[in-house]
Design a protein around this ligand. Structure first.
Ligand code: NZQ
Ligand code: ZN
Length: 389
């Protein structure tokens, strides 16, 4: 098992009607005025917005609205949010939304202390100063509510890159699963698949320690990952039948949170993350591609490229997650589940042409080291894209 640091400092307030506690939670941090960041209309449609406002008012906390964050948020949006936060002298940033709104809020929180946000992203160095971030989660999947990164797209450069820093971990995240009760199935599935891929990006770096007993070096973490994956799969199946199933919403939300807060990756050498780099290359160039759906297309193709090179962990995955025997059956079960949940299966779903692929491969290599689990050449990565064109 690799050495690691586990640090998950976000206070989670979880359960029915917890959205009404937003003001009290912020008051504990002596925050007097926040920039209130939201997306299109879901914060208002779910009732979360009015309830947050009422609770801020009761706690004597002022707010300045910053509305209209779009999925796969752009640098331009972040820059106008930074101006808004400076203008209202915000003492904190409160997000109501999914990963895009939360990431935008984190970027603004750090950006108020930076002269040039993107220049810092390009250095790959963690930021050390940010306004305190608070979130009210309305869409589970990314894990942004409990981690230290913000993913923003520089559209002119077609780069979708992350900014990291401990100061970006939200101080408090309110997870009220009832706010997700009316989510369209497509968004539920996309979030759940994203969460599954976070766990799997780490999981496949597990190494067999004892061929006779089947014991792995990272046994504890792998068992946690398998539990998270099985719960995500079951919860998605339940929600596909009945989107109003509170227990399934709650379990999906909790498992997604743990999918990317450090626990599922402990001892697993930082994971692989090739599929995420590929998806960021796609949605960096085509911002209309939802993150989870892009992964539903690319992750199985990546699995197909690598599974026979690391058979021990893929065999374990097949058996312990899907109850089937071989790596190939594990891959097929994953692909079949994504299809059963209605996720797109090819890049052509978004009219992405073959001619765009070389640039996407280049972008992915520029973003991060690819093929940490098993080496991947430029041609291998081309093949991962071409297989699902
Ligand atoms: O804009 P609104 O009206 O809020 O609608 C949103 C949006 O259209 C809607 N929505 C959210 N909550 C809803 C709802 N609709 C009905 N009812 C609700 N309760 O959902 C749509 C998609 O929202 P978005 O926030 O874009 O989705 P998601 O949570 O999947 O976030 C995706 C972003 O997070 C990044 C992705 O790259 C992408 O930019 N990621 C962030 C990570 C992190 N910070 O750790 C890690 C991930 O791997 C990922 O890269
Ligand atoms: Zn993701």
């Amino acid at each position: 098992m690799d050495s690691f640091v586990y640090h998950a400092p976000t206070r989670i307030v979880f359960g029915k009607d917890t959205v009404d506690r937003t003001g009290t939670e912020l008051a504990a941090y002596a925050v007097k005025h926040v920039l209130l960041v939201t997306g299109g209309s879901s914060a208002k449609r779910t009732g979360a917005y009015d309830r947050v406002l009422a609770s801020l008012k009761e706690a004597g906390i002022g707010h300045t609205p910053f509305e209209g964050v779009t999925p796969n948020p752009s640098l331009e949006l972040v820059e106008s949010g930074i101006d808004a936060a400076r203008a209202c002298k915000a003492k904190g940033v409160l997000a109501i939304g999914g990963g895009s709104v939360i990431d935008c809020a984190k970027a603004i929180a750090a950006g108020v202390y930076l002269d040039d946000y993107w220049a810092v992203v390009e250095t790959r160095k963690p930021v050390t100063q940010a306004l305190p971030v608070f979130t009210v989660l309305t869409l589970s999947g990314t894990g942004s509510e409990m981690n230290e990164r913000a993913i923003i797209t520089n559209e002119p450069l077609a780069k979708k890159w992350s900014l990291n820093g401990l100061c970006l971990c939200p101080k408090v995240s309110i997870i009220d699963p009832q706010l997700q009760a009316g989510l369209p199935w497509r968004l539920t599935a996309s979030g759940g698949i994203d969460a599954m891929t976070h766990v799997m990006e780490y999981y496949f770096r597990g190494r067999l320690a004892d061929a006779q007993t089947g014991y792995f070096h990272e046994e504890t973490t792998l068992q946690i990952c398998e539990g998270l994956l099985r719960s995500l799969i079951l919860s998605l199946d339940e929600l596909q039948k009945d989107g109003a199933n509170y227990s399934a919403r709650a379990n999906l939300a909790w498992a997604a949170c743990w999918g990317l807060n450090g626990l599922s990756g402990s001892g697993l050498s930082g994971g692989d993350w090739t599929s995420h780099a590929l998806e960021h290359a796609v949605s960096g160039m085509y911002p209309a591609v939802p993150h989870g759906e892009g992964l539903a297309v690319l992750f199985p193709s990546w699995m197909e490229e690598v599974y026979d090179k690391v058979p021990d962990i893929f065999t374990r995955f097949a058996r312990n997650v899907w109850g089937v025997d071989s790596p190939q059956q594990g891959l097929e079960a994953t692909r079949a589940a994504f299809a059963r949940w209605g996720a797109p299966q090819r890049l052509s779903h978004w009219n992405i042409p073959e001619s765009a692929i070389p640039d996407m491969v280049k972008n992915a290599f520029a973003y991060r080291a690819l093929g940490r689990l098993t080496p991947l050449s430029y041609d291998d990565v081309m093949r991962i894209f071409m297989r699902v064109l």
